[in-house]
Write a protein that binds this ligand. Structure first.
Ligand code: PLP
Length: 404
């Protein structure tokens, strides 16, 4: 008899977005004429940059001619893209990363989940709380999380690091032993960041304890402040303790196009094994490369026009973030994030689901209750800056009216 992976039966339902959708659908069914403004989604809304489209069209034409047609490409990504990534995302920032340390993939989500393949099931995993749920659920699927304790909304073997206003959203170094540490900065959902000095403490800790940091830099393109690292490899010593995930999703609107990359430095060795070699083995066995056309599109993000166009789109989202941040502050709310991030995180006067309902029913604005990202997210709500500019302003006006 085929036996199933029983860890799947321990997973709680994917509650958050399903529950939001249910409440929104119920409200809309009762109030069909109300125009809801959705500031809950973490998806981009602006189309791809013209430079990206042009490069992709050209690549499609190449695929249509016998002389330039391409079949399977290198699983790790074409050199043209890996070299562009190295030059712009690392060398330009003083980080010594080489092309053979870059693994192009179809998404930071899949890589954050799949990276567990190269680690033993008995590692202790540490996550921030609130957290991007993928880190927790994928470790639960791999049998690394223990048992789900529903009354605590926590897993027995996961080490949770609260990141709340009480510690200025800077997680404390673990008090007991941990092996794998997920850090996501700029953070989803809180929109907050670590300074270089704060991140240095984590790098030093990981090197001292032989831990590995899994650093998710999916939102680095939104960084505006100088002291916030764009990559963990700006911190000396990170190459011996950190794997980093990047994505073109939020940087360049690739959420529907699918292109990302993971950095596994060759200096990263555990138990005498090169993690770069192990990830290479895993990637080449289980993955067959991102489409050539998509990789040409990603390469164009680094062209002069591409960079300029992508920066304009990010600036548009950043302006939305400013409108939300300042508007919510004016409404008397305690507001975080939104400076180096498309996410704004604010404290709710009541519990987060009740306030979500109030915003939905009275302001007709859809948000995301913080409690859905982990127990320490209770008492907060996440708002995103990916919406339309006029809708964003209107949503802020409605919230201001509600809280007057
Ligand atoms: C923290 C974080 N990492 C990764 C991702 C997913 O990135 P990708 O689209 O490359 O899979 C998201 C998407 O929302 C995210 O919030």
């Amino acid at each position: 008899m085929a036996k199933i992976n029983e860890n799947y039966s321990k997973l709680p339902g994917s509650y958050l977005f399903a529950e939001i959708a249910r409440r929104v659908a119920a409200f809309s069914a009762e109030n069909p004429d109300v125009k809801l403004i959705k500031l809950g989604i973490g998806d981009v809304t602006w189309p791809l940059a013209p430079a990206v489209i042009e490069a992709m069209h050209k690549a499609v034409d190449e695929m249509g001619r016998k002389e330039t047609f391409r079949g399977y490409g290198p699983e790790q990504g074409y050199d043209f893209l890996r070299n562009a990534i190295v030059a712009h995302d690392f060398k330009a920032r003083g980080a010594e990363i080489t092309a053979d340390e870059i693994f192009v993939s179809d998404g930071a989500k899949s890589d954050c989940g799949n990276i567990g393949d190269i680690f033993s099931a008995d590692n202790v995993v540490a996550v921030c709380d609130p957290v991007y749920p993928v880190y927790v659920d994928t470790n639960a699927m791999a049998g690394r999380a223990g048992e789900y304790l529903s009354e605590l909304e926590k897993w027995s073997n996961i080490y949770y690091m609260p990141t709340t206003s009480e510690n200025s959203f800077v997680p404390e170094l673990p008090k007991t032993h941990v092996d794998l540490i997920y850090l996501c900065f700029p953070n989803n959902p809180t929109g907050t960041t670590l300074t270089k000095d704060q991140l240095r403490q984590w790098v030093d800790y990981a090197n001292e304890h032989d831990a590995v940091i899994l650093f998710d830099a999916a939102y680095e393109a939104f960084i505006t402040e100088d002291d916030v690292p764009h990559t963990i490899y700006e911190i000396p010593g990170a190459e011996t303790c950190a794997i980093e995930f990047h994505s073109f999703s939020k940087t360049a609107g690739f959420t529907g196009n699918r292109c990302a990359y993971t950095v596994v430095p060759k200096a990263l060795i555990r138990q005498g094994q090169s993690l770069n070699g192990m990830w290479n083995r895993r990637h080449t066995t289980k993955f067959n490369g991102v489409p050539y056309v998509v990789q040409r599109g990603a390469e164009a993000v680094y062209s002069e026009e591409g960079m300029q166009q992508v920066r304009q789109t990010i600036a548009f989202y950043q302006e939305n973030a400013r409108v939300i941040r300042e508007g919510l502050k004016e409404a008397g709310l305690e507001v975080y994030g939104g400076v180096n991030s498309p996410y704004i995180w604010f404290k709710t006067p009541t519990d987060s689901w009740s306030f979500f309902d109030r915003l939905l029913k009275e302001a007709h604005v859809v948000t995301t209750p913080g409690a859905g990202f982990g127990p320490s997210g209770e008492g907060y709500i996440r708002v995103t800056a990916f919406g339309d500019a006029e809708d964003t302003k209107e949503a802020v006006r409605r919230i201001l009216d509600l809280l007057k």
